[in-house]
Design a protein around this ligand. Structure first.
Ligand code: SF4
Ligand code: SF4
Length: 167
């Protein structure tokens, strides 16, 4: 191997490399993240950032094959620079805030799509109760299902009384 300071392109099917993302196509659906076997792809803050670590990527192609928008391409190479070991933000989108507490919890583009499909009755059907839960974060969904009672979930097990016997 010659001394390499810049990324060196490798032949197709080499097990090292990066991914290239078509920003205009990516909807932040996160399918690639859940399938990536090495956690080279992950989700950043508020589930609105797609993060990548090049040195973790084995170019298996699973992210590319699952992507419904055909937004990912593999690029085999070796990058000797320290940046290959650090998290790179591939994509960052506007967050959607919980309509109850205001905490950002999902990509706005994803929520807009889902709500449009439900209201337009295009392939997704949901009862009125479920529709009310969709724009809520996980905590607010649980609270709403409990009728606003935040003190105790109905399925929670009562703590056991421990009787202390004298020694
Ligand atoms: S790259 Fe594809 S699979 Fe990954 S988040 Fe974007 S649209 Fe979804
Ligand atoms: S090619 Fe494989 S290892 Fe690399 S980011 Fe995609 S799923 Fe992860």
């Amino acid at each position: 191997m010659p001394t390499v300071h810049q990324p060196l392109n490798l032949p197709q099917d080499a097990p090292y490399g990066t991914v290239e993302l078509d920003l205009s196509a990516c909807t932040m659906c996160q399918s690639c993240v859940w399938l990536c076997p090495t956690d080279a792809l992950s989700i950043g803050e508020h589930k609105c950032e797609l993060v990548f670590v090049e040195s973790h990527c084995i170019q298996c192609g699973m992210c590319q094959s699952i992507c419904p928008e055909d937004a990912l391409k593999l690029r085999p190479r070796i990058d000797p620079q320290p940046s290959a070991d650090t998290q790179q933000i591939l994509h960052q989108v506007e967050p959607f805030k919980c309509t109850s507490c205001g905490v950002p919890f999902v990509a706005k583009s994803m929520m807009d799509r889902l709500l449009a499909r439900i209201w337009g009755r295009k392939g997704v059907q949901a009862s009125e109760d479920v529709q009310e839960l969709i724009p809520l974060c996980h905590s607010c969904q649980i609270q709403k299902q409990q009728g606003g009672n935040t003190k105790r979930a109905p399925m929670m097990i009562k703590p056991r009384q421990v009787s202390r016997q004298p020694l």
